[in-house]
Design a protein around this ligand. Structure first.
Ligand SMILES: C[C@](O)(CO)[C@H](O)COP(=O)(O)OP(=O)(O)OC[C@H]1O[C@@H](n2ccc(N)nc2=O)[C@H](O)[C@@H]1O
Ligand SMILES: Nc1ncnc2c1ncn2[C@@H]1O[C@H](COP(=O)(O)OP(=O)(O)OP(=O)(O)O)[C@@H](O)[C@H]1O
Length: 312
């Protein structure tokens, strides 16, 4: 079907600029207004052929730390079997298209694991694009988006990148304009927080939750490229739940505020904390300040927004 020997796809992490969460639906999911923003922290997924009689998708997955050492303990927690979301993405694409050639997947990870920055989802999106190119299955954007949504609520966004508003459970995407480059610092914890557990804590804390609403002040600030106004409008309904599960995160947020962050909040389901800064230099100062917080194992800076999945 193809003569390609290797395809590598680069994919960004996300931070949620607004995460408004409705009540639990009958299927267990929550309706969201989810403003995704892609930041320049990238995983890479490489697909190569495998000489084996096994057919129909991946036969091996390997992962390495591409953060320069900071994420080594994170990467040790990445599953290397068919439970990996990138493996499941390749398997789903093979099943849907009839691709029979076995492949190996290699992940180079710089996105924290279970950190609320959609690392597994990013790898799944990258695996879809890489395998589609490797196998020559030629899915169009809508075909890829449809498979992505079946893999998880956060998998569709990294195919687009940029800034986008997600509704439904987050998979129905409308691109949005972000007129300025935004500078971020991120404080990473050693352990992760389980996304279902954070949503369950939200249900306990917010039995009165209503249908989620968009925030016009945030969208106007983004369109105008007004970073202080973006900072003032950042919001995350899951933050109280993440703080209940890990109260020490309050100290990380406080350290960032004390360093003058324009906004300080938990990223998605946490425990990564995100800080909006006024410039790249300010982001470095905020990162240095939050490194001293007791729960912060590692801090990085990144700008946004950036494009989604890119074939290298
Ligand atoms: C918190 C966010 O990261 C914000 O972008 C996402 O909403 C989570 O997306 P994700 O990790 O791709 O989540 P999925 O794999 O689809 O779902 C994992 C679990 O999270 C909960 N979940 C997720 C998305 C959603 N809209 N409502 C939910 O209640 C459900 O318990 C679900 O079983
Ligand atoms: N490719 C992958 N990379 C990292 N973790 C993965 C991957 N595939 C499956 N996992 C599993 O998924 C769990 C959640 O990891 P992930 O990094 O996707 O979390 P997250 O960034 O909090 O996700 P989200 O922000 O979408 O809720 C991990 O604990 C790990 O066991």
């Amino acid at each position: 079907m193809t003569t390609t020997t290797a395809v590598t796809v680069r994919v960004p992490a996300k931070v949620n600029l607004q995460l408004a969460v409705g009540p639990a639906r009958e299927d267990g999911y929550h309706d969201l207004v989810n403003v995704f923003h892609a930041v320049a922290l990238f995983d890479e997924v490489t697909v190569t052929g495998a000489r084996t009689r096994a057919t129909g998708g991946p036969v091996e997955l390997t992962a390495e730390d591409a953060s320069g050492g900071g994420l080594a303990s994170h990467v040790a927690r990445v599953p290397l079997d068919s439970t990996n979301l990138a493996w499941r993405a390749a398997e789903l694409l093979a099943r849907e298209t009839g691709a029979r050639e076995p492949v190996r997947l290699h992940l180079r990870k710089a996105i924290p694991v279970a950190g609320g920055m959609a690392g597994g989802s990013a790898d799944a999106a990258a695996a879809l694009v890489a395998c589609d190119a490797f196998w020559g299955t030629g899915l169009d954007r809508d075909g890829l988006l449809e498979l992505a949504a079946r893999l998880g609520s956060d998998v569709a966004f990294p195919l687009l990148g940029g800034t986008a508003v997600g509704t439904g459970r987050g998979e129905v995407l409308a691109p949005a304009r972000c007129a300025a480059r935004l500078h971020w610092a991120f404080a990473l914890s050693e352990g992760g927080l389980p996304t279902p557990g954070v949503f369950a804590a939200y249900d306990r804390l917010r039995p009165d939750a209503r249908e989620p609403q968009g925030d016009s002040a945030l969208m106007a600030a983004l369109a105008e490229g007004d970073a202080p106004a973006v900072g003032a409008a950042l919001s995350n309904d899951l933050q109280p739940a993440a703080l209940e599960l890990r109260p020490v995160l309050a100290e990380t947020l406080q350290a960032g505020r004390a360093a003058g962050a324009l906004g300080a909040f938990v990223s998605g389901s946490g425990p990564t904390c995100a800080f909006l800064a006024a410039s790249a230099e300010h982001a470095e100062r905020v990162a240095a300040a939050v490194r001293t917080a007791p729960d912060c194992a590692y801090a990085v800076t990144a700008y946004g927004d950036v494009p989604g999945t890119t074939i290298l």
